[in-house]
Design a protein around this ligand. Structure first.
Ligand SMILES: [Zn+2]
Length: 368
């Protein structure tokens, strides 16, 4: 499913092609986040026009609302939301730990109360695979335990053990013929071509990161998610943990650094062989009136833009930059119009997608 087309001689960076049932994407790639089945303030056509090839959606949110019955009836997530490109769905584990109330975790799974209506739910590794199979996600993620930062070594070790046990159960569930993707070894073939990645945890401990990577690697997943990073730790610590995680995984398999998407983090992480990124930051910043430029983040409400008739970024080729000025977008923000949310979202996503295009070119030209 993953083919490396260009390798860096300076680092583990690579440019590749990732094949999914809904199309092949160029990597390293950034996936805009469609939490509830939409990239906030943008249409799918706009998401496509800025060059995004794959999106990430959240199992937790869609499972709670509208629920799997509706998505099944619609014919899967792609049909329900009207996006025909590849979709990666997370396991919902992170949201259970960060959003849900009254959670209880044991080996069976996680019991929690919905943040929407308080209803009680149990998510098990098997259930999480079943939900993503009903969605028809191109890349699925297994239920894992992500510890908070900071966490003790004992807590982190417990989470590593559980993540491995759950990964085994997830893989068994994934290969259950009723879910539609039996193992190619079974002779039936994986008809739909969907895949389940493994997730590496380990908190902020080098030996636990190594152990988690080795245990998950032994389960032979087609690709990996590196989890539990960018949770509040200092950058240099994140990079060290990323390095140990990727050093202990096969170079040839694709890797997703979950939830990381600041430009400076992306530029650093590709050097460790990361192929996929996702983050809500570019779209969230846009809705709060911040736009991304090569020099950093700017706030559109700033008085200095009141009569600035230049685009958000003079080098940007997005719809917002080609057609509108900072002064106009600032005026719309202050007047509480909803259009600037869309314009800024288009710009910020295009900024990150352009960064990915530049990174791919640099890798091909031996500059990273
Ligand atoms: Zn732009």
């Amino acid at each position: 499913m993953f083919k490396i087309i260009s390798k860096s001689s300076r680092s583990k960076a690579r440019a590749g092609k990732l094949k999914t049932p809904h199309g092949t994407i160029d990597t390293p790639a950034f996936m805009p986040v469609g939490t509830q089945g939409a990239v906030k303030a943008a249409t799918w056509q706009q998401v496509k026009d800025i060059g995004a090839q794959m999106i990430l959606s959240n199992t937790y949110h869609l499972y709670l609302r509208p629920g799997i019955k509706v998505i099944k009836k619609a014919g899967g997530l792609h049909k329900f939301i009207g996006w025909d490109g590849p979709i990666l769905t997370d396991s919902g584990g992170y949201q259970v730990f960060s959003l849900a109330k009254l959670r209880k975790i044991n080996d069976e799974g996680v019991t929690f109360n919905s943040h929407i209506d308080g209803s009680e739910h149990l998510l098990t590794p098997e259930k999480v695979v079943e939900i993503q199979s009903i969605f028809g996600s191109d890349i699925m993620m297994p239920l894992d335990e992500c510890v908070a930062y900071p966490s003790t070594k004992a807590e982190s070790e417990k989470a590593v053990k559980r993540t491995t046990r759950w990964a085994k159960r997830s893989k068994e569930a994934f290969l259950t013929p009723s879910f539609g993707h039996p193992s190619p070894q079974s002779g039936e073939g994986n008809k739909r071509g969907e895949v389940l990645f493994g997730i590496v945890q380990g908190g902020m401990f080098k030996d636990l990161r190594k152990r988690s990577a080795e245990e998950i690697r032994a389960l032979d997943f087609p690709g990996y998610g590196i989890g539990g990073l960018s949770v509040g730790e200092p950058k240099d610590l994140m990079i060290k943990m990323l390095e140990v995680s990727t050093d202990n995984l096969e170079y040839e398999k694709s890797k997703h650094l979950m939830g990381v998407g600041f430009p400076e983090d992306i530029m650093e992480a590709v050097k460790f062989g990361i192929d996929l990124f996702d983050c809500v930051i570019p779209t969230r910043l846009a809705r709060h009136g911040a736009f991304l430029t090569k020099e950093g983040k700017e706030i559109i409400r700033n008085a200095k833009f009141a009569s600035d008739f230049t685009p958000l970024d003079k080098d940007c080729d997005c719809y917002a930059c080609k057609n509108f000025t900072k002064a106009y977008i600032r005026h719309l923000f202050i007047a509480k119009e909803i259009l600037p949310l869309t314009l800024m979202t288009i710009h910020n996503l295009r900024f990150i997608i352009r960064l990915m295009e530049e990174i791919r070119e640099k890798i091909k030209n031996g500059l990273i």
